[in-house]
Design a protein around this ligand. Sequence first.
Ligand code: ADP
Length: 133
Amino acid sequence: MIQQTFVIIKPEGVKRGLVGEIISRFEKKGLKIKKLAFRQISQELAKLHYSHLKDKPFFPKIIEAFTAGEVALLILEGEEAIQTVRTLIGHTDPLVAQPGTIRGDYGTVLPYNIVHASDCTTAADVEIERFFG
Ligand code: ADP
């Protein structure tokens, strides 16, 4: 099924000049870029986006990392786009993510794992509306 998904290249990815490299992996896999924008995310929007982790001790670190500079926001479209992208990015923890995945190849240590991607259709819909609506 053709789906749309939402991806964020986090500030460390933008700062390290990895935007082209990361986007090219998605394109080579057959996904189409429907939207691309650079933006500085506010503290308020960052806290909303990561609200499911608000009680974790590392929450302030996530917000700090996510607002440390501009991010690249992407809407990607293709066959089973949500699972395809989650597979391409790899495990949340870059120390566990397999080499060959984006987080496995470029991530360092949590919370610095280079990218965010929606994990289900509901999340994709909510996040596309939240960041592009
Ligand atoms: P994912 O980003 O793979 O969907 P989560 O929603 O669980 O995973 O986590 C959101 C983000 O919070 C991660 O991408 C990562 O940047 C950060 N994070 C998750 N777990 C930890 C942790 N134990 N320590 C520090 N940061 C974390």
